[in-house]
Write a protein that binds this ligand. Structure first.
Ligand code: API
Length: 269
């Protein structure tokens, strides 16, 4: 069965989008997302995004990392889907409902409210998520935030100097994080301006991570080292994150459609 796809990205964090809102697709088999995401034998992407009907929202967005794991949230893909959908929408995700507002060349997304409780991250045992008594090599005293998906955030003097490819996997899979974790390393780039690198759970180093930018901006505001709105500079470019204590997170930034095509479903299932 030939299936159409749309290839999109948000600041270089790239996606294959399958739109099953009008025409149902077969159930997503295990080992499907990772094979389609393979950059040599598949189409290649950081995440596979599947749009489906929803009983509670305008539609549902499912997110699969390139390792095949299905997860709760994807900020950059939310903006890409907003661009594709072309009008405001309330979208069901595993991490809760989000609101998309397309804007020229991208979108603004209400990502919902962050959670800080240790068991909402989740962590394997109780601790203060604003100043965690843990460390890995040169990274210590992180914060943790759930923005639909779980993030640990390290602030350091020079985020560009951290070899995140070397240390990221150990943190991602540490038993402290029963559902694994997205690993964020940030430094101050200026007033209300952060530099950020992310080792993504289930995808590794990406050129941008929208939920990582949200979690890191929220952590910086909570820590008192930045005020909303915060500009977050990732390797792929800038995102604008607005959040006030007690409110929801608003992420604004670009999204791009790269190309469209079709693939043979049976070759990957
Ligand atoms: N790796 C993430 C999902 C993708 C998030 C990222 N691509 C974004 O833009 O938020 C996780 O396992 O929670």
């Amino acid at each position: 069965m030939r299936v159409p796809f749309i290839k999109m990205h948000g600041l270089g964090n790239d996606f294959i989008v399958l739109d099953a809102r009008e025409t149902a697709l077969p159930a997503i088999p295990s080992n499907f997302a990772n094979r389609l995401a393979d950059r040599r034998e598949g189409i290649g992407c950081d995440q596979l995004i599947v749009l489906e009907p929803s009983d509670t929202c305008d539609f549902r967005m499912r997110i699969f990392n390139s390792d095949g794991s299905e997860v709760e949230a994807c900020g950059n893909a939310s903006r890409a889907v907003a661009l594709l959908h072309g009008q405001p929408a309330k979208v069901e995700t595993g991490g809760g409902a989000i609101t998309l507002e397309p804007a020229t060349g991208g979108a603004s997304v209400d990502m919902g409210s962050p959670k800080f409780e240790w068991d909402a991250i989740p962590l394997a045992y109780a601790m203060d998520t604003a100043n965690m008594p843990v460390g890995w090599d040169m990274l210590d005293a992180p914060m943790a935030v759930n923005v639909g998906n779980p993030h640990v955030i390290f602030f350091t003097d020079d985020a560009d100097a951290v070899d995140l490819a070397a240390i990221g996997p150990a943190i991602e899979t540490d038993p402290l994080f029963p559902e694994r974790i997205n690993v964020n390393v940030a430094s101050i780039a200026g007033d209300n301006h952060l530099t950020l690198h992310v080792w993504e759970r289930g995808a590794g180093l990406t050129r941008a991570c929208g939920t990582g930018a949200c979690a890191t901006a929220v952590a910086a505001i909570r820590k008192g080292i930045a005020k909303s709105p915060v500009t977050v500079t990732l390797p792929g470019g800038d995102l604008n994150i607005a959040w006030e204590q007690g409110g929801t997170i608003r992420m604004t930034g670009p999204a791009t459609e790269a190309f469209r095509g079709t693939f043979e479903w049976d070759d990957y299932s």
